[in-house]
Every structure is written in structure tokens, then in C-alpha cells.
Design a protein. Structure first.
Length: 291
């Protein structure tokens, strides 16, 4: 294939660009353009390419997704970050670079949803999800990004999970008012998430009901009664013990949220300066991925 490449060499453990270029060449691919995650991403859209390769963590993958939204050029993901939530949710496993590149021979093109969130600051695309409460507050307490932080992956995830558990310890449920396709809900919640991908933050898979290619957004919530289960889940993850949690989820194409105050949009945190009302809608099948 003729390829463009977006890479973040500091993602996860870090990796060798020369090793990646050699692996691409060994598998018969031709690199047309290579840019890093600090370069104008418009350069990815080269004429006559077969795919855009992205080698990095979730923030880098999301950058490539936004650049390709609405286009037919497929995205080939090499998940070399810390959390790799997007790749995990799409069933793309991490591994050695040659191994991951070899999988493209049998991969098929699949259309995947994204979302658009609008607020007082304008509007932006999101890939993983938008939410408030535990996940947003946990992200706000971290000194660096969960998804693209350098260093040992296991240590980075454990540190993030410990921070989230500490956040849960001090968390208090607050009143949330929101609408799913026009149906109104009001509840006291520890966690409110509008998810497009199955996992978020430090690989938190909060519900089995989230699907990234169903044309729907999933609203996942946790109440005070769910605190103990959340704590057990985080503790098991910290101890590297297999664990699952399946919080209630509802689905829709248009979600409206009143005054969320502090939210995360993918792995970035925003604080409201005014009324802070949000409107979220799904963009079905808006990008193509090789998997």
C-alpha cells in the first residue's frame, strides 16, 4: 500500500521510527509522507494513498480520526500508547510492529462512528467519549495524559488507577439533568459518561453495552449505590487482577446535558465558564478503519 504516517515517538514505551519504517518496507508498503503529532495534520491527506497509518496512543489516534472524518481513506492503527482505548474498542491488539503490520493483509475496512459535542466554547469532534464526575475528576488530578504518557506502561496505568480510586474516595454524587433523544432524566450520579468507545481513561471498561459502530452514543451512569462496585473494580485493576464492571447504559443519537461544570472530552478536561450546557450527537460511520 501507499501510506501516509502520523507518529508520536513518545507514546507508551516509545519506539524506533527507523524500526517502523523498516517494517513497513519489509512488508512491501511505500511511505509517501511522514509527520509527527506536532505537525499540520492536513499533510496526511496525500493524493493517491491507500491508507493513513497512525503509530501512537489515543490522543494521536484521535488526531488522525478527526483529520479523516468524512473521507474514504482508511486508518491503520498501530497501538503503541499506554491505554490504547480506541484500538482496544475496535478489536485491534497491540504487539510487535512487524506483527501488527502483517495483520493488514487480512484486514477489512470497517466504518466507525464519531461524535460531535457543542458547548459555550464551540464544537469539536470526539472519539472515545465525553463525561463528568469520576472520570473527568480523575483525569483532572493526573499530572500528565493517561493515554500518551511516556515510561513503563504498567506503571503509568497503575498510577492512574490509584489516582482514580483516590478521587472516588472523596467523590460526592451530584445532580445531573440530561435528555436522550428528547426524553428527560434527572438523577444524583457519581459518574456520567457519553461513550462512543468501550473503554476510556486508564482502560476503564464501564459497560458491556457500548458499541463503536452502531450509530448510537451510550449514556453510562453510576449512582451512590454503585460506589462499592466501582471501588472493587479499580482495586482489582490496580492489583492486576482480571475484573469487569457493567454499569447501566442507555442509547441515543442526540444527548443534551445541563450545566455539567467539569467534563472530559476524550482525554482533555474542560471547565464551564457560563451555563455550560452541552449538546452531543453521533456521526454514524464517519471514518474507516482497517481491522
Amino acid at each position: 500500500m501507499r501510506l501516509s504516517l502520523l507518529h508520536n515517538l513518545s507514546a507508551g514505551h516509545g519506539f524506533s521510527l527507523n524500526a517502523l519504517l523498516s517494517a513497513l518496507e519489509e512488508h512491501g508498503h511505500v511511505l509517501v509522507k511522514s509527520v509527527d503529532n506536532h505537525t499540520d495534520i492536513a499533510q496526511l491527506r496525500q493524493p493517491s494513498i491507500d491508507a493513513v497509518v497512525v503509530a501512537g496512543g489515543d490522543a494521536t489516534v484521535a488526531t488522525a480520526v478527526v483529520a479523516l472524518t468524512g473521507q474514504s481513506t482508511p486508518l491503520a492503527i498501530l497501538p503503541v500508547g499506554t491505554a490504547n482505548n480506541i484500538a482496544r474498542s475496535l478489536g485491534i491488539a497491540a504487539g510487535a510492529l512487524p506483527e501488527m503490520i502483517a495483520r493488514w493483509d487480512a484486514a477489512r475496512e470497517v466504518r466507525i462512528d464519531t461524535g460531535v459535542v457543542s458547548g459555550e466554547w464551540g464544537h469539536t469532534c470526539f472519539v472515545e467519549g465525553v463525561g463528568g464526575g469520576l472520570v473527568a475528576d480523575g483525569m483532572a488530578t493526573l499530572s500528565s495524559s493517561v493515554t500518551d504518557s511516556p515510561g513503563d506502561r504498567g506503571t503509568a496505568l497503575k498510577r492512574a488507577l490509584e489516582g482514580f480510586r483516590e478521587t472516588l474516595l472523596h467523590a460526592r454524587a451530584r445532580r445531573w439533568s440530561y435528555r436522550i433523544d428528547g426524553t428527560a432524566f434527572t438523577d444524583d450520579l457519581l459518574l456520567f459518561e457519553v461513550l462512543n468507545m468501550r473503554s476510556v481513561g486508564p482502560v476503564l471498561q464501564l459497560s458491556d453495552a457500548v458499541t463503536p459502530a452502531d450509530g448510537l452514543l451510550s449514556v453510562v451512569t453510576a449512582r451512590e449505590a454503585d460506589r462499592e462496585e466501582l471501588d472493587h473494580y479499580l482495586l482489582a485493576r490496580i492489583d492486576n487482577v482480571p475484573a469487569t464492571i457493567d454499569l447501566p447504559a442507555q442509547h441515543g443519537t442526540h444527548i443534551e446535558v445541563d450545566d455539567p461544570r467539569v467534563v472530559h472530552i476524550d482525554d482533555g478536561v474542560r471547565r464551564s465558564k457560563g451555563s455550560g450546557a452541552l449538546s452531543l450527537r453521533v456521526e454514524p460511520g464517519s471514518f474507516v478503519v482497517l481491522r
